[in-house]
Write a protein that binds this ligand. Structure first.
Ligand SMILES: Nc1nc2c(ncn2[C@@H]2O[C@H](COP(=O)(O)OP(=O)(O)O)[C@@H](O)[C@H]2O)c(=O)[nH]1
Ligand SMILES: [Mg+2]
Ligand SMILES: [Zn+2]
Length: 317
């Protein structure tokens, strides 16, 4: 309906677009407030470049209503493997205040993965009605590490959604979080039901673990954000494995440490308990929350043993 009145009035006859999904060589592209069904111009295919969801493309019209041809793919800023999507701006990490019990170790890992991928993290603490105190404590613990929002998505007024919309404005955001935290509820609110109507179907037809689900970006419903904005669901926590960082790079992934540089007695300090360590001082003064620091040490040990195993393997083969 609004497609006929999409502004531009023919002034730009070669609009750009964003790929929402691609199935069997047919791509659904969002362009200036409407969606177009597109195929690739032959030469792109010959180049061996396959567009993915999230790709920014240039188009030319075929002359047929609602159709276009993809002429070129813009360089990607980043690309996730699962869901297979390019040009992600935000990772909206959703957890519940109480149930399902938040796994903060996993939250830490995902924040690191987002940071190393150049994706801005937003931590949404949903189901605040379950335990408002816990929600506030988690928000305080992560205040330096991510933008933290407290929501009650199932409430009639979807408490907390407005600040989330501000974070999503003009961006492509991937929602991640364990099952049951309220991701579908939030996606449904954001997309005006578009997510649920297709998401529910694809879940029903999902058989076994080999079923491929197409990565699909959904436009945030018109009027909710100022600029076109997109959201995508991710299958559970599979989104990002712990980035392939070395233990010595771990400290660089913590804003609490990076934003408060200091000096340790040992130049190669791992900040896991050595004497005269400035990070210990950050913990003592509350800049680096104690529990998040304890998980930092746990993660450091994990990376350390991973590196040792790799070294062992390397020697025997
Ligand atoms: N108490 C409470 N329940 C919620 C809230 N948000 C979502 N739910 C409920 O939690 C359940 C799981 O939500 P869903 O959106 O399917 O979670 P998903 O598995 O992460 O997609 C549903 O029954 C929702 O109605 C909330 O803020 N508070
Ligand atoms: Mg869901
Ligand atoms: Zn140190």
């Amino acid at each position: 309906m609004s497609a006929d009145t999409a502004d531009g009035g023919g002034a730009r006859n070669v609009p750009g677009g964003t790929i929402l999904k691609g199935v069997g060589g047919l791509y659904t592209v969002y362009s200036e407030g409407r969606t177009l069904e597109c195929r690739l111009r032959g030469s792109i295919r010959l180049d061996g470049r396959t567009p993915v969801t999230g790709d920014n493309v240039t188009l030319s019209f075929t002359g047929r209503e609602g159709e276009a041809v993809i002429d070129a793919i813009a360089p990607r800023r980043n690309q996730l493997v699962r869901p297979k999507v390019a040009n992600v701006d935000n990772m909206v990490l959703v957890i519940a205040s109480a149930s399902p019990a938040p796994d903060l170790f996993l939250v830490d890992k995902l924040l690191i993965a987002a940071r190393t991928a150049g994706i801005r993290p937003v931590l949404v603490i949903n189901k605040a009605d379950q335990d408002a105190g816990a929600a506030a404590r988690i928000a305080a613990e992560y205040a330096s590490a991510a933008t933290c929002l407290i929501t009650r998505a199932a409430d009639k007024d979807a408490h907390g959604l407005a600040p989330l919309l501000t974070e999503l404005d003009g961006a492509a955001s991937v929602l991640a979080g364990q099952s049951g935290v309220g991701k579908s509820t939030i996606l449904n609110l954001l997309t005006g039901g578009a997510f649920m109507s297709t998401g529910a179907i694809s879940e029903k037809t999902q058989r076994g673990r080999h079923t491929t689900r197409h990565a699909e970006l959904f436009p945030v419903a018109e009027g909710l954000t100022e600029r076109p904005s997109f959201v995508i669901d991710s299958p559970g926590f599979s989104l990002l494995e712990l980035a392939d960082i070395g233990m010595r790079e771990l400290a660089d992934c913590y804003p609490e440490i990076v934003d408060h540089p200091g000096v340790c007695r040992f130049q190669d300090c791992s900040h896991t308990g050595e004497p005269d360590c400035f990070v210990t001082e950050l913990v003592r003064t509350g800049v680096f929350p104690q529990e998040r620091y304890e998980r930092y040490i746990k993660l450091y040990r994990e990376l350390e043993s991973r590196e040792k195993n790799r070294y062992k393997k390397g020697k025997t083969t």
